[in-house]
Design a protein. Structure first.
Length: 121
């Protein structure tokens, strides 16, 4: 089926089909809640990426175990705890600082939550 420019089929207009005019404004519809477990998984994946970049771990080698993470989300902010291994020799303070920054940035970008603290053990 062909259509001419400017013509629209039913249900293909701007916005979702149906009764979109009856919906309240987005600010009044509610909030998006991201569970702690989901934030922790995002943080663990971000930590793995940061670990391989910052600690010079080749991605194809079997290096340290994958990092684990836990998260506590409270009123739009999150505290993260990461457990990870680093290879020897490593400048631990410098590498951990960079990993904390990378993980906080990635979690904020993907969730919209403010990261208040990232601890690494």
């Amino acid at each position: 089926m062909s259509t001419r420019p400017g013509s629209q089929l039913p249900g293909e207009g701007p916005g979702p089909p149906g009764r979109s005019a009856d919906l309240p404004p987005p600010a009044e519809r509610g909030a998006t809640v991201i569970p702690d477990r989901v934030v922790a998984r995002i943080a663990a994946r971000a930590a793995r990426t940061a670990q391989s970049r910052r600690a010079a771990i080749p991605p194809d080698r079997s290096g340290p175990a994958a990092p684990s993470a836990s998260a506590a989300v409270r009123t739009g902010s999150v505290r993260l705890h990461l457990a990870m291994d680093l290879p020897y020799p490593t400048d631990i303070p410098h590498v951990c600082e960079r990993i904390q920054y990378d993980v906080a940035k990635q979690v904020t970008q993907l969730t919209g939550l403010e990261v208040g603290e990232v601890t690494i053990t």
